[in-house]
Structures are given as structure tokens and as C-alpha cells.
Write a protein that binds this ligand. Structure first.
Ligand code: 9WN
Length: 502
């Protein structure tokens, strides 16, 4: 066992990764309960999103988890990212799932024998010793690596953390910016709804309608063993997910011929935020990050140019395979998908966004389509007024904690302190009352999906460590057991953050 493995090993309370976690101590503080969730979901080198529903390591989950875990154990947070990056493919892609070989194949679908990474992904450079999926997820990793480093720079330096992850993160961004620039306009495209992370968002309805679903009897969904069918994507959606993934696999995971190709605002905004973080990391390693910083600014301008939609007051997805000669099925003549998803608000995270766009986004978040601070306390995943809105169906309405965390960071980045404080309070409150639910009804805050969900716990921990508002300060003063040591951390260092005066 190497030194990191020794340091991060915990006495094994249970042997298999998919056992349900112990119920967190009901009376403990939010901080302790959140840390208990992360402890229960830790498998020795990484954290599962959920013991029962998602019993492997997921890419963007791990980045969010590391952002929270750094407040409990900077070492485990570093290890979380290192474990994921160790499964990187030679072409630079970071796979969306790294499979745990001790978990039975039927515990999750699609399992390693579907993806066949080491054989089908051979030409693309899939690793031989670990089984992974062949698609990717949003690139939150460099941002996470930077924040993890900042939590304990001494430990990071001693372990050579940044020096080891930097080349992998740089290759990851290179892959996205070159191999995935399928539209030729400078942005990265996703080739599967799972890549963007919001699996059944109504934004995919038009591009998915062109895909012939795999026959229902050709696969068995494991998610329905653990999640309510009415909260999950439909069988028809799954048929299309399976068809797309199988075709991609059968083409050797080569990019270019993708039947589904979409430029998504959140995916690209997270890439830009991570490019800013990579600039910081480069500076820290003594290799000036100015070229990366300039690229992040250029990409911000490209994002605005390609995906901003003035009339909607937000960013939209661009369907690259849509029929651009005619309107229909929600796609405009210019290829923009006329659906309002939380994805189109996430670019608020970017420090270099023009002021008029920031102002429009803030208006949209509080306006009738998302109603934050009025009819909703967390940001819904989809337009409250949209035809496809469903308050319980996965990414078609429910509020997710990671997107609310991103918006909280965005509002704070642009000096919208009161709104950010209110959102922070709502995340903390609902994370606790829902038992760290996977997602929640945006109106009632009722828990949906699974509970004991890792990124909900991690991001609550992260917000607990932000500087509290005076109101919370009063509450904390009255309840000393709730006191997590507050630090002021944000997606970017102050010099990158422009407006934040928090
Ligand atoms: C497919 C793990 C993942 C998240 C995604 C979320 C869900 C998987 C699934 O769970 O997707 O990747 O099986 O539904 O949509 O964002 O990363 O938590």
C-alpha cells in the first residue's frame, strides 16, 4: 500500500460499495451530518455519489465532492481528484464513470461490459487496468483542484499535488477544446445527454427525437431498483441514451461523426471557469498563466456570441445537428434550442461576463421562469412556465443542489450579495431538512431521488465554510454546536472576481 493509500484508508465498516449508508445522526449539526454522509460514501480512494443508486465514481460529482471534502480532509479531497484523473484516457478525456471492480455488474446500468473501454476505447487510449465509461462530464475539475489546493497549500506542496494534476488537467482541456469543437466555433460540444450531466433536460428533446431508440428488451435499467419511476427519465429516453452510447462505442469512441452534438452553456461555462483556475495553478507552479487567462476571456466572448439569446434573457443550447433551414420541434433557424434550462444561467459564474448580460441573467433568475426568492427557494432545473415542466422528474423541473451552489457563487462573484446570501441559506436549510437529497421539488422543497447524496453534503459543507451573513451569525452564536469555522472562499481568487465585495 503506498503512502497516500495508507493515510486515506479508513477502518472498513462495510465491505461493498453499494450497501446503504448508516442513517446520519439526526441530532448532530449540519456540518457533522454532512461530513458523515461523505464518510459513509468514501470507498478508500474516492466517494460514490450514492451507495445504492450510483455505486461507482462519477466525474463531475467527484469535483463537487472534492470542493466540500477539502474542509474535512484536504488529503482525501486531493486523493478524490487523483483517483479520477488516474483513469484519464491518452486522448485527454476524463471518463464520466470510473468503475469499482468489486461492485457486481448488475448494480448499475450501463455497466463496464456495455462500455468495454479497454477494447472499444483502445485506439482512443483508454487505460488498460481500470474500466471506465467512454463519455465525459462537465469539466469542473481544475476549479476543484485549485480550491482543494487552497484549503491546505502546505500539504498540497508537500505531496506535489498541483504539479501532478496540472498536465492531466491541461490535456483534458485540450481534448475538449480541439477534439470536441464539433461546431468549429471554438466551444466544446457534448455528444450524449449524460455528458452534460442534466440527463433528461427538455433541451435534449429536439436533438434526441432524431435518434432511433434501442429496443426496450435489449437492456435492463438498474436505476428503477432504487429510484421511483416517476422521478427518473422515461424508458423511451433510456432507449435513446443506450443507442447513442452504443453507436459511439462501436465507432471506437471517435469524435466527429456524432449523431447528437450540442453546445451547452453550463458545460462551456464550467470549462471557462476551470481554465481560469488552470491559469492560477500555472502561476502557482511558476509557469505564467497569462495565456490561459486570455483564452478564458476569449472563450467567454465566444460563449456570448454563440449561445446568448437576448430575447430569452439567458443562454441557450445550440443543436449542431438540427435542421437549420426550418423551425420546428423547439429548435430555431439558428440552431438555438428554445428551452429555458438552469444550464443557461450557469455562465453567471464567469467573472468576465459583460455587465448588461449579468444584469439580464439576474433578472431572469428572479423572473417568472425561475422565480428565485419568490415562488422558489432553490433554482429549478427547468422553466416553471415551460410545457415540459414537471416538479419531480429529474432534470425537468426539480431543484438540484449543485446548480444552486454554482448560481450562489455566480451571484456573489457579481456582487449580488443579498440574493447570494438568501440562496446560500436555502441550500443549507434544504440540504439538512431533506437528508441531503439528490434533488428537491422546487416549490415545496420535498426530497426527491435518493438521500445521503454526496455532492449535496459536500456543497452544503462548502457553503457552511463561507463567511456567514449577520442573520446566520446570530443563529450560529446561539447554537455553538453548529459552528463550522467560516472562511471566505469563492470560485476565483479576489483578483479574478471583479465584483465580489463579500
Ligand atoms: C448517468 C451521478 C450522476 C450525475 C448526473 C445525474 C445522474 C447518471 C444516471 O447521476 O446521471 O450519468 O444514471 O442517471 O444526472 O448529473 O453525475 O450522481
Amino acid at each position: 500500500m503506498d503512502r497516500t493509500a495508507q493515510l486515506t484508508a479508513r477502518p472498513t465498516k462495510r465491505e461493498i460499495a453499494y450497501d446503504p449508508p448508516a442513517t446520519p445522526t439526526a441530532t448532530a449539526s449540519l456540518h457533522v451530518r454532512a461530513a458523515e454522509v461523505l464518510e459513509a460514501n468514501w470507498t478508500g480512494g474516492s466517494t460514490v455519489p450514492s451507495r445504492n443508486l450510483y455505486p461507482h465514481q462519477w466525474s463531475w460529482d467527484s469535483a463537487f465532492i472534492a470542493i466540500g471534502l477539502r474542509h474535512v480532509s484536504p488529503l482525501r479531497a486531493q486523493t478524490e481528484l487523483e483517483t479520477l484523473l488516474a483513469a484519464q484516457w491518452a486522448d485527454g478525456r476524463v471518463p464520466h464513470i470510473v468503475f469499482n471492480p468489486s461492485v457486481p455488474l448488475d448494480a448499475y446500468f450501463p455497466s463496464p461490459d456495455f462500455w468495454r473501454s479497454s477494447t472499444a476505447g483502445h485506439t482512443a487510449g483508454a487505460p488498460r487496468t481500470v474500466q471506465t465509461s467512454g463519455i465525459v462530464q462537465p469539466p469542473v475539475h481544475a476549479l476543484a483542484a485549485w480550491l482543494v489546493h487552497r484549503a491546505d497549500p502546505g500539504l498540497s506542496l508537500a505531496r506535489g499535488f498541483l504539479a501532478r494534476v496540472y498536465p492531466r488537467l491541461a490535456a483534458w482541456h485540450r481534448y475538449l477544446l480541439h477534439r470536441r469543437d464539433l461546431g468549429g466555433g471554438g466551444l466544446a460540444s457534448v455528444v450524449h445527454p449524460w455528458e452534460q450531466g442534466m440527463d433528461n433536460s427538455p433541451c435534449w428533446d429536439a436533438p434526441l427525437a432524431r435518434i432511433t431508440p434501442a429496443p426496450p428488451r435489449s437492456f435492463r435499467r438498474a436505476d428503477l431498483d432504487h429510484g421511483a419511476a416517476e422521478d427518473r427519465p422515461t424508458d423511451l429516453d433510456y432507449g435513446r441514451y443506450v443507442r447513442l452510447a452504443a453507436d459511439y462505442r462501436d465507432a471506437g469512441y471517435a469524435d466527429g461523426a456524432a449523431e447528437f452534438a450540442v453546445e451547452d452553456p453550463a458545460f462551456n461555462a464550467l470549462l471557462i471557469a476551470s481554465e481560469h483556475a488552470l491559469a492560477r495553478i500555472a502561476d502557482e507552479l511558476g509557469a505564467p498563466g497569462s495565456a490561459r487567462r486570455a483564452r478564458a476571456e476569449r472563450l467567454t466572448a465566444t460563449l456570448v456570441e454563440r449561445l446568448w439569446h437576448e430575447e430569452s434573457g439567458m443562454f441557450l443550447c445550440r443543436d449542431l445537428r438540427g435542421d437549420t433551414s426550418a423551425t420546428g420541434h423547439g429548435t430555431s433557424a439558428a440552431g438555438l434550442v428554445r428551452e429555458r434550462s438552469v444550464s443557461g444561467l450557469v455562465p453567471l459564474l464567469l467573472p468576465g461576463l459583460p455587465g448588461d448580460i449579468v444584469a439580464a441573467l439576474v433578472r431572469t433568475v428572479g423572473g417568472p421562469h425561475f422565480s428565485l426568492g419568490d415562488r422558489t427557494r432553490l433554482v429549478p432545473s427547468y422553466d416553471l412556465l415551460g410545457e415540459a415542466f414537471d416538479p419531480h422528474r429529474y432534470w425537468r423541473g426539480p431543484a438540484w443542489f449543485n446548480t444552486s451552489w454554482l448560481l450562489e457563487r455566480g451571484l456573489r462573484t457579481h456582487g449580488e450579495r443579498e440574493r447570494a446570501d438568501a440562496l446560500r441559506e436555502a441550500v443549507l436549510d434544504l440540504a439538512g431538512t431533506t437528508g441531503f437529497a439528490e434533488y428537491a421539488d422546487p416549490y415545496t422543497g420535498e426530497a426527491c431521488g435518493t438521500t445521503g447524496f454526496s455532492w449535496t453534503a459536500a456543497l452544503a459543507l462548502d457553503l457552511l465554510h463561507q463567511r456567514p451573513t449577520p442573520h446566520e451569525r446570530q443563529k450560529l452564536d446561539k447554537s455553538p454546536q453548529n459552528g463550522a469555522p467560516p472562511t471566505d472562499t469563492a470560485p476565483f481568487d479576489r483578483s479574478d472576481r471583479g465584483g465580489d465585495r463579500g
